[in-house]
Structures are given as structure tokens and as C-alpha cells.
Design a protein around this ligand. Structure first.
Ligand code: SF4
Length: 829
């Protein structure tokens, strides 16, 4: 199909396939050529390999998906084409690393799913959006960059005039850790639009923060090079040997070699669990019960670290009958600032508790002040956890009592160590309670501020300080809209009406947003949906205007690690953007010009990179460009100083605690959700459904990589053999997974690593990969008041054999769907 200058969607994809072939990228060609054989032993054959040693030009770059690796890379280019990727040796050589995904960029950069030209949906215009034309059958025509950005500017201005500036949402996802989301924020602030607040993976950190003042996604933790000093490492809901394999797995093995104990808490017998000294197969969603049982044991046996509790926590603080902390101001003469009050063990006098002060404070007991009875925070905690005895928690959590005791004893008595949760627990709706609970547990065991302490499954790494570049002083500013508010904002105008979205670095409809059908309905209600991306994702297929973004290697940038190594990395441009793709910076700069904000965006991106760098005195811009990486001197050991809480101490008891579902959270309490056995939908949908991070994809990135597809060709449902047998399902049968929101059809894999009652499909697959539906047709978008985080795992489903008439032909042959750009449904729903 073609209409002169216009190119329809399928034509674009065919054209891209042809381009890929021209570049020598026949799908599967590498593997099949290696598989050729004859009778002559391989060692005697002419290998037919030319030596290109010394002929490559090598560029310093970086991989930057949201996997925490942010691996510095070296990109080899010969004859104008990227030939090979290697790990770059960063300033601290111990962090030289890259996984197979990073090394496969040779395929990603020339992938048939690359977007090539700015496109416009044929039946869309700013004054006539025709939303019914969006979706799988949408047709697009090629436009120039100038036309595309004119249309975007006109659409934004129209929405601003008709509704309000904040009715335009400038959305950025986590698809690239360069500066472009800051650049987009700058435009949003100048325009007065809405900007995204994060509702994914923030749950555990928000709970931890209430107790320690630290933590947003996950709390900070010692750098992983320090893990070998841990005596007990509890990996809680994290499969480090799958999703952090190239980064942190070896550190766990180092720790074990040094005599440390690895405990894994997971309802799945994961690769990491297979390396553990002790595996605690917790029932899905019962993590808070389990940790309360551990706390019960530690306090019951008197294993708490009393010195730490006196010096760095509010354990000695007096709590009144109404639940408020006694304030030194007003009861201790001369104290003019609010401080908690303790009791001196020797004198019996009331004393103000200063941060970081090791006094001889009493830790437990009841005291009368001005005729009122007070007890210490530690006494309160002891009384509270007494309600969660080990035997009972064992029953609920599914973990044998003796192993709950063993894990707690190791943590409390073997020396420094800790708990490393991942994002998994935050994917249950009340996951923030676990954050609160384990912050307290680690205070009981004194696991803060020492070598060998552990608080998360990855450190926070190093980030470029952009010096507020995203918020110019004279800008009107933007309003935050949380991800979980998007659908309501688009559909119902709550908390405000959104009518246009400009999205960068995000495949929100392909993986990251639950309750996909509801978000699709929200998109239907927009006047304009603009998507900039490298690839033709399912989100791109919903767009009115498509803006082809350059591959990372075609852009200059500074990449923050925000993860497992303490460097920032300079990304040099390896080649010019292919076809008409462009760096997001230049798209936004030119859009800003059309909106009247051109003066705020320098012509050259490097100027912005230099300006930001000049404001960050931890490194020199020119040295960074030359060296490729800069080690930002992140401290190895965390939590060594005063805690940023009102008392400067870890606040065991939260007197200003929120309540959730009528449960007050001054101290951690389990709050039941869809994982409860008596949940109202439990009979109809008895199986809990999760979508864990796998080793083959980064969220939905690398979905299209042929090398990966050769070993992991299609989505599957992991199901315990007993659950399968009860439903008449055999290994490799296709099954229909469904609930009251939707369905998907996938191949079943009988897997006794799963707990009975739990099923899983690894996240990252696009709609085109399923026989029918998508995993996010089953998830919901409810969040808790405190955690405000999507709960992807708090989902129930039922599974049954798929109908006989399903069409699985897309998986036949050695070209699974997605590898071939001309396959039906590519990129669409
Ligand atoms: S995908 Fe992650 S771990 Fe792999 S090379 Fe890229 S940044 Fe590194």
C-alpha cells in the first residue's frame, strides 16, 4: 500500500525489513550459519574468517535501560556499521560488566521494528481527532519533521486553550537514563503542563521512609562490593541470579565464600534460591506475617542489639496512652525543641533523646509522668509482636517455624548482614507495610551503618545532578499526575482532565501499565497522543503522531547509573541517527521553538550536558568525555549519620502513622488483600498471578531481539503440576488465563518450582507475542493510600485449557512472531 509520498504502516515495516536485510541482518542467520556442517572436522576446515583486528573504530557509550546495570560499553564500528559491543572498563575496574542483552545491541540498532520517519495517523488532525481510528488497524502516513512538530504544537495549544495547560501531560518512562526526561520536564514546566509521578515499585521504599527518613523506590544500601562482609544476607523476593546476574550475583558468591549465609525468601524456587543456605518459600503476599514472626522470635529470645537501640533509635522513647510520644519540650527544663523523652537507667530521671547519643536509657517498662502512664516504644513493639507468634506465622506464611527461627537467629547473632528486598513485595498492594516492618527488624538487629550491612538488592549508584535544569526559575511550573491517576484523568477528569499526551521513553501500553484495557479506553478519550520511541511498540501503534527516536548509540548523553555501580558514563555518538530518527533532545528543542520557548533550549545538546556538568562539582566535564566514566565517590557504607527523621533516630513507633482500610499503622500490621484466602474473588479466581522480571528482557525492551528469541520464543505460564493436573492441563498445552478484567492465551509450562496456587508469566512480552490478550489485561490499577503503587502481583486468575480453535501458527517454524517485521499484527494489539 502506498499513496505517493504517504507510506502506510505495513509498508513502513516491510521497508524496514528490507533495510535490515540490506544491512545483512537476516533473522537467525548467525546461528544457522554456525550450524552448517559437513564430514570434515571443524578444526581442519578453513574457518573462512577474515581478521579485522585493529580495523575497528571504538567509541565509548553506555547501555541504559531500567535494569540498574547502566553498563559502560565500547562500541566497535567498521565500514560505517556497528560490529561488536564489549564492556568498557570504568574508572573502578571492578564494575566492568555487561550482559548478553547489552552485547546484542548490534541487532537492536538495525532491528526491523525501528521507527524510521515521523508519521501521522491518516484520519487524525488537531481539530478532528477521530479517536475511533486508533489501534491495531490504524493507518499512518509519512510527514516531515517540521509538519509533525507543527501538528504537535498546534494540538498542545488547542488543548491548552480549550481546557488548561495542565491538560497536556508530558509523560516520560524509564526507557533511557540520559538527560532527556529532564529536558522534557523543562518544556512541561515552561508550558505549565502535567508531569508524571511514579506509581511503580515505590511501595517498599515509602514504608521504609516512614521509619528511617530514607527510601523512595528502595532504600539506599551499602555498595555491593561490601556484600562479601555480610554474615547473613536475606534476599527477599529477588532473583538476583536472573535479573541482576551480571551485576550482583558474583558478590553473593563472594559472600558465601567468606562464610556468609544466604537466605532466600521467595514463593518460587528461583535460581537464587538454588544457591541459598536456607530457602523460605513464603506464601504469596504473606511477607509481613513472616517478618513479624521473625521479630517475635528476636524479641522473645532477647537477641536485639540493645546498644544500637539506645544510640540510634526511639526504642527508649516514652509513648503515652493516647499513642503520642512524650515531648521533652515542656517536661524537661531548658529544652526548647521537640524531642522524644527517655528515662535514665541510673538516676530514673527523664532525659531528652538526642540523635546518635548512647545514653544509659531504659529500653522497656512503664513509667508515670504527671500522673499519666507511659511505656517505652520498645515495650510497645514487644507487646505488638507478641500477637504474631512464630508457630502461627508459620501456618499463615507457609514457612516452617524452625526455619523462621533459624533465619532470624542468623540475622540477629552472626554479625553484620541484612535484608535485601526487591520490588516484588511492593507489587502487593500493601507492600509498604513490609518496608516499615523490615526497617524496624534491621533496627532490632543493629544492621545500619556498618560494613556488611544490607538494605536492598542493589545500591542506588550515581546520578548526574542536573541542578534544577528541568525547572527554570521563571517557568509557571507543572503539576504532578501519578501513573495510577492517568486513566481516571483521561476518562473522568479526576483529579484533572488530560486531553493530550506527549510520551517519551515509555511503552506504557506494552508492559508498564496494569489494567491495559482501561488505559486504552483512556487513550481513546484523548484529542492527541504523541509517542516518541525507537521501536514500533504497542504504545506507538495507538499514537496520532509517531516520532522516531534515535538509538542510544546515535546520541550524545550522560547516563546516570542509578543502580549497581557508582559511575556516570558519557555516551559518545557512534553514528548518525538512521533514517530520519532523531535524538529526543532535538525533537523537544524544535517543539519548544514552535511553542515560543526556543530561547530556553540551546542549539546543541552538548551545551546542556556541559551546563549540567558544570553545576556538579564531583567531576570535570572534559575529563568525563575523555575517560568515558566518572566515579562519583559514593560512600561504600550507608546510614552512618543522623537519620533524617524528626528525632534524628530510627522511629520504631510512628506516632503520625496513616491508617489503611481502618488499620492504624503506628506499628506494622498485615493488611489483607486479594491474596487472602477469604478474599471475595478467591473461589472464582483461586490462583495468584505474578509477572516476574525474567533474564531475557528489560521490561519490554529487547522483545524484538532475534538472539534472545531463539532461546525464549514465546510467553508461557508457569504452573505447578498439581494445579495443572486439577485442570486437565499438560505441559506445553495452550491455556486460557482469565479473570473479571480480561484474558490471555499462552503455553503452559509445568513447573514445580512454583508454589501450588501461584502462576507466573515473565513480564516484557508485547501483545503480538500472545495468542490472545496480554498479561496486563489481567492486572488491575488499584493502589493503596500509603503506597500509591501499582500492585501487579495482587491479582487472581483462573486457568483452563484453551479452546481447540485457537490459532498458534505464529509460533511455527524458526521465525517466531516478532522476529519477522512482516508478521501479522506486528507492533499492534
Ligand atoms: S541490559 Fe543492563 S546489565 Fe545488560 S548490558 Fe545493558 S545495562 Fe548492562
Amino acid at each position: 500500500m502506498s499513496d505517493g509520498d504517504g507510506v502506510y504502516r505495513r509498508d513502513v515495516l516491510k521497508a524496514s525489513s528490507a533495510a535490515a536485510v540490506a544491512l545483512g541482518l537476516g533473522g537467525g542467520g548467525y546461528i544457522s550459519s554456525l550450524a552448517e556442517t559437513d564430514d570434515e572436522p571443524f578444526s581442519q576446515k578453513d574457518p573462512g574468517i577474515d581478521s579485522f583486528v585493529g580495523q575497528d573504530e571504538v567509541f565509548k557509550s553506555a547501555c541504559s535501560p531500567n535494569c540498574r546495570g547502566k553498563c559502560p560499553l565500547e562500541v566497535h564500528v567498521r565500514d560505517g556499521r556497528v560490529r561488536k559491543i564489549e564492556p568498557q572498563v570504568p574508572e573502578d575496574e571492578r564494575y566492568k560488566r555487561a550482559c548478553l542483552l547489552g552485547l546484542s545491541h548490534t541487532q537492536r540498532i538495525y532491528n526491523p521494528t525501528r521507527l524510521k520517519y515521523p508519521m501521522k495517523r491518516v484520519d487524525w488532525s488537531p481539530d478532528s481527532p477521530n479517536p475511533q481510528g486508533r489501534g491495531e488497524d490504524a493507518e499512518f502516513e509519512r510527514v516531515t519533521w517540521d509538519e509533525a512538530l507543527d501538528l504537535v504544537a498546534e494540538g498542545m495549544t488547542r488543548v491548552k486553550d480549550t481546557y488548561s495547560p495542565e491538560s497536556v501531560l508530558f509523560h516520560a518512562g524509564s526507557g533511557n537514563y540520559g538527560i532527556n526526561s529532564t529536558v522534557e520536564s523543562r518544556l512541561a514546566n515552561l508550558f505549565g503542563g502535567s508531569t508524571p509521578g511514579w506509581s511503580i515499585d515505590a511501595n517498599v521504599g515509602r514504608g521504609f521512609n516512614r521509619i528511617t527518613g530514607h527510601g523512595y523506590y528502595l532504600p539506599q544500601t551499602n555498595e555491593s562490593e561490601d556484600w562479601e562482609n555480610a554474615k547473613t544476607f536475606i534476599a527477599w523476593g529477588t532473583d538476583i541470579f536472573s535479573s541482576q546476574l551480571q551485576m550482583d550475583a558474583s558478590k553473593l558468591l563472594d559472600m558465601k565464600e567468606q562464610g556468609g549465609k544466604l537466605v532466600v525468601v521467595d514463593p518460587v524456587y528461583t535460581t537464587t534460591a538454588s544457591k541459598a543456605d536456607l530457602w523460605l518459600p513464603v506464601n504469596p503476599g504473606k511477607d509481613v506475617h513472616l517478618i513479624l514472626g521473625m521479630m517475635n522470635y528476636v524479641l522473645d529470645m532477647g537477641l536485639e542489639d540493645t546498644e544500637f537501640l539506645r544510640k540510634r533509635t526511639t526504642a527508649p522513647a516514652l509513648i503515652g496512652p493516647d499513642g503520642t510520644m512524650l515531648d521533652a519540650k515542656g517536661v524537661i527544663e531548658g529544652v526548647t525543641e521537640s524531642k522524644p523523652v527517655g528515662v535514665d537507667e541510673q538516676t530514673g530521671e527523664l532525659v531528652a533523646l538526642e540523635p546518635e547519643t548512647p545514653g544509659s536509657y531504659v529500653l522497656t517498662g512503664t513509667y508515670t509522668v504527671d500522673g499519666k502512664s507511659y511505656e517505652t516504644a520498645l515495650s510497645r513493639l514487644k507487646g505488638h509482636v507478641a500477637d504474631y507468634p512464630v508457630e502461627e506465622m508459620a501456618e499463615i506464611s507457609g514457612v516452617p517455624a524452625k526455619n523462621i527461627r533459624k533465619a532470624a537467629r542468623w540475622l540477629a547473632t552472626r554479625g553484620p548482614g541484612g535484608i535485601a528486598p526487591s520490588y516484588a513485595i511492593g507489587r502487593y498492594i500493601h507492600g509498604h507495610v513490609f518496608g516499615q516492618a523490615y526497617a524496624i527488624m534491621l533496627a532490632l538487629t543493629g544492621d545500619y551503618g556498618k560494613h556488611g550491612n544490607v538494605h536492598a538488592h542493589h545500591p542506588l549508584g550515581a546520578s548526574l545532578d542536573t541542578g534544577g535544569w528541568g525547572s527554570p526559575d521563571d517557568a509557571p511550573g507543572s503539576k504532578t499526575l501519578y501513573f495510577h491517576e492517568y486513566a481516571d484523568a483521561m476518562l473522568n477528569g479526576d483529579p484533572r482532565q488530560i486531553k493530550a499526551v506527549y510520551s517519551i521513553e515509555s511503552n506504557m501500553l506494552g508492559n508498564q501499565f496494569p489494567n491495559r484495557q482501561r488505559h486504552l479506553k483512556g487513550i481513546e478519550n484523548l484529542d492527541m497522543f504523541v509517542v516518541a520511541d525507537i521501536h514500533h511498540t504497542p504504545t506507538v501503534q495507538q499514537a496520532d503522531i509517531i516520532l522516531p527516536a534515535a538509538h542510544w548509540f546515535e546520541t550524545e548523553d550522560i547516563v546516570s547509573s542509578w543502580g549497581s555501580h557508582p559511575h556516570i558514563t558519557y555516551r559518545h555518538k557512534v553514528q548518525e541517527p538512521l533514517w530520519e530518527s532523531r535524538d529526543d533532545y532535538y525533537m523537544i528543542r524544535d517543539l519548544a521553538k514552535k511553542l515560543g520557548f526556543g530561547d530556553y533550549f540551546p542549539e546543541e545538546k552538548r551545551e546542556v550536558l556541559r551546563t549540567m556538568s558544570d553545576g556538579d562539582d564531583r567531576f570535570d566535564f572534559d575529563e568525563l568525555r575523555e575517560r568515558g566514566t566518572a566515579h562519583l565517590g559514593t560512600p561504600t557504607v550507608k546510614y552512618t549519620g543522623e537519620f533524617p527523621t524528626p528525632s534524628g533516630r530510627i522511629e520504631l513507633y510512628d506516632e503520625d502513622a496513616p491508617s489503611e482500610k481502618g488499620v492504624d499503622l503506628q506499628l506494622p500490621k498485615p493488611i489483607e488483600s486479594r491474596t487472602a484466602e477469604d478474599y471475595e474473588g478467591a473461589d472464582e479466581y483461586p490462583l495468584i498471578f505474578m509477572q516476574k522480571h525474567g533474564r531475557f528482557r528489560l521490561h519490554s525492551q529487547f522483545e524484538y531481539q532475534q538472539w534472545i528469541r531463539e532461546i525464549n520464543p514465546e510467553p508461557q505460564l508457569d504452573i505447578h503440576p498439581k494445579d495443572a493436573e486439577a485442570r486437565g492441563i499438560e505441559d506445553d498445552d495452550y491455556v486460557r488465563v482469565h479473570n473479571d478484567r480480561g484474558e490471555m492465551v499462552v503455553k503452559a509450562k509445568l513447573n514445580d518450582a512454583m508454589k501450588p496456587g501461584l502462576v507466573n508469566t515473565d513480564q516484557g512480552w508485547w501483545t503480538r507475542d500472545y495468542v490472545k490478550g496480554h498479561h496486563n489485561d489481567l492486572t488491575h490499577d488499584e493502589v493503596s493510600d500509603v503506597g500509591k503503587t501499582f500492585s501487579f502481583y495482587d491479582v487472581r486468575v483462573e486457568v483452563e485449557p484453551a479452546p481447540d480453535d485457537i490459532d498458534t501458527s505464529k509460533y511455527e517454524g524458526n521465525q517466531p512472531t516478532g522476529a519477522d517485521a512482516s508478521s501479522a499484527g506486528v507492533g499492534g494489539d
